[in-house]
Design a protein around this ligand. Structure first.
Ligand code: ADP
Length: 220
């Protein structure tokens, strides 16, 4: 039943992307069924995932035999073989899997995956390139695009907002962004309180329209 697999994730294609993803899911306590057609890859992940099987994930009957049609969350990590990626993803769509992630290696590949109904298409190389551009241009340590024009950013507090209680600074009204959390050197992330004061060696999380968070991070 869907219930038995509710918390598990099926990862099809255990290459660099799918393999790292599956390993991280396991590390954080999520059961993973790994599927790959390469015997060497299957051997490498044997015992490291909840289960690993050697199979061709483009074959609908094979996927049904493996109960892949009962999973609520699925990942297609096949990249270079675009045809196999699209076929495997379309099987998952046909099964009615409610949450499918798939890796694309080109823009047309991403377009087709979206068109056949894959909800989450990632293009690791171009996504990372875009992200790195933001890190290089601005004094930003981490950049997470939330939407076309909205982002979450990790940065150090710009000088103008240092050493004064946050509730007196009116950052949201004046700069259009929200400072949501702070991490002191060697400390842990904590929410910003009205009286929180920020210093040069803190790190903060800031959300808002992309242009505004970038402007904010560059303030001197
Ligand atoms: P990466 O760049 O993340 O390593 P690749 O596309 O090179 O991605 O690797 C994807 C993995 O998917 C490989 O391990 C390959 O054996 C596997 N794979 C490719 N086609 C199929 C398929 N039809 N069924 C199952 N696994 C597949």
């Amino acid at each position: 039943s869907r219930n038995a697999m509710a918390n598990a994730v099926v990862v099809i294609g255990l290459g660099r992307f799918g393999g790292a993803l599956a390993t991280e899911l396991m590390r954080n306590g999520t059961d993973v069924l790994g599927v790959d057609m390469d015997e060497t890859v299957v051997q490498r992940f044997n015992g490291k995932l909840t289960s690993v099987v050697r199979a061709d994930a483009t074959d609908e009957d094979v996927l049904r035999e493996l109960s892949v049609d009962e999973f609520d969350r699925a990942v297609v990590g096949i990249g270079s073989d675009i045809q196999a990626s699209i076929l495997a993803a379309s099987r998952l769509v046909k099964f009615g899997c409610p949450a499918i992630w798939a890796k694309a290696i080109t823009e047309p590949h991403a377009e087709i995956l979206t068109q056949i109904g894959v909800q989450h298409v990632v293009n690791p190389e171009s996504d990372m390139g875009t992200r790195a551009a933001h890190l290089i241009q601005h004094r930003i340590l981490d950049f997470v695009p939330i939407d076309a024009d909205y982002a979450l950013v990790r940065c150090t507090p710009p000088e103008p907002i240092q050493q004064r209680p946050m509730d007196l600074l009116n950052v949201r009204r004046r700069l259009g962004v929200s400072v949501v959390a702070v991490c002191r050197p060697g400390g842990q992330w904590e929410p910003i309180e009205p009286g929180t004061m920020l210093y040069d060696d803190d790190q903060i999380l800031v959300t808002g329209p992309t242009a505004k968070v970038e402007h904010f991070s560059n303030l001197t």
